[in-house]
Design a protein around this ligand. Structure first.
Ligand SMILES: Nc1ncnc2c1ncn2[C@@H]1O[C@H](COP(=O)(O)OP(=O)(O)O)[C@@H](O)[C@H]1O
Ligand SMILES: [Mg+2]
Length: 354
């Protein structure tokens, strides 16, 4: 069989959590009759792209780790993590990639798994929340005020709030406020906000009553939203990472933490659960989770994504965030291994690409 289509995978070698896992399954593309090519972002930026012989070219974009570390979240950066500048640089990068690919392969019919001119949108937590709320998908209520007195009125009235950096990820730069109990995982010195350089170990500490810190935080690019009252399973707080490709739920990965912990990011110490954990979730909550996740990717214009959903105590499946570059599940862990790449590739192969 002569291949009619080429798949081009773009990613950086240090991305062992998704790109490398996906690459390890490349033989499956050949089995499905695709030409297979891969290249890193540095080469793309230099215009060193592989030659493609087929008319149809499918491009799959992974996270540009090298570019991110070198030009966006740099070790030297004095900026507070997750501010607008991170997003501006990221968007610029993708516009560049979009232009290079479209001009280099101008005589090809290019299809994207996720389009470079759209793949960065989910990084903006405010915009994502607005898009989903407009589509009547359950999302946390957002507050637009940045007046700390108004915020404190809300908190004193008994509401619990999350203040998160608007363009952040991995559970970094999160503050939690409830009456007489404030926590943040930013570091602070004399109430100035300091971002930890590592991706890991962002620990929460109590800052109850530190109005100066709160005022500083509210000057940053943040989102302020009501806390979801997490449904508890086995006494634990959890969220569900729903992996979706081409309108199909491929896998649901529960991540849990002790009920009194603030976040459920594995990067900050929460734990992954296996399928048994899901068995005790009420069926209608699981159904709502799948339905809301599917509607979410559709509204975001993504063919592949991980949607994070937190079921709440009112049996609503609330969308917390969307990841166009989710980490992939483990393929070796005996208790909860899942070869996500294999299922994504099957979906890519099943599609007609017309
Ligand atoms: N509104 C909320 N209510 C309850 N928990 C939340 C809320 N927002 C975030 N969290 C918790 O914090 C974690 C990190 O928030 P998220 O928006 O996913 O940011 P990040 O992009 O840093 O992962 C979530 O996985 C969840 O456990
Ligand atoms: Mg998250």
């Amino acid at each position: 069989m002569i291949p009619m289509k080429t798949i081009l995978i773009i990613g950086d070698e240090k991305d062992f959590d998704s790109f490398q896992k996906f690459l390890s399954q490349r033989r499956l593309f050949r089995k499905h009759g695709f030409h297979f090519k891969t290249v890193d972002y540095q080469a793309v930026l230099e215009g060193k792209l592989p030659e493609v012989k087929t008319k149809k070219l499918i491009v799959y974009l992974f996270f540009p780790f090298n570019y991110w570390d070198k030009h966006i979240e740099t070790k030297k950066s004095k900026e507070i993590y997750g501010n607008l500048n991170y997003f501006v640089k990221f968007r610029k990068f993708w516009k560049k990639i979009d232009k290079i690919l479209k001009s280099f392969y101008k005589d090809k019919k290019i299809y994207f798994i996720n389009r470079p001119d759209n793949v960065y949108v989910e990084r903006d937590k405010e915009r994502t929340n607005r898009i989903l709320a407009k589509a009547n998908i359950p999302v946390p209520k957002h507050y637009s005020t940045r007046d700390y007195r108004k915020i404190l009125e809300v908190v004193d009235a008994g509401r619990k709030l999350f203040i998160k950096v608007r363009y952040g990820s991995m559970g970094k730069g999160i503050t939690y406020l409830e009456k007489n109990y404030w926590l943040t995982n930013f570091k602070s010195k004399n109430s100035y906000i300091i971002s930890k350089k590592s991706d890991y170990g962002w620990k929460f500490k109590e800052i109850t009553g530190n109005k100066k810190f709160l005022r500083e935080l509210l000057k940053q690019d943040v989102v302020i939203e009501e806390a979801v009252n997490s449904f508890l399973l086995k006494g634990r707080k959890f969220d569900l990472r729903v992996y979706i490709a081409f309108g199909k739920v491929l896998y649901i990965y529960p991540r849990s933490n002790e009920y009194n912990k603030i976040i459920t990011n594995i990067s900050q110490g929460a734990r992954g659960e296996d399928a048994h954990f899901l068995n005790s979730l009420p069926h209608r909550l699981l159904e709502k989770t799948e339905k809301n996740a599917l509607r979410t990717v559709k509204m975001m214009g993504l063919n592949f994504a991980g949607v994070d959903i937190m079921p709440d105590s009112d049996y609503s499946a609330v969308v917390i965030e969307v990841n166009a570059f989710p980490g992939f599940p483990s393929m070796t862990d005996r208790k909860r291994r899942f070869n996500l790449s294999k299922y994504i590739i099957a979906e890519i192969a099943r599609k007609k690409w017309k």
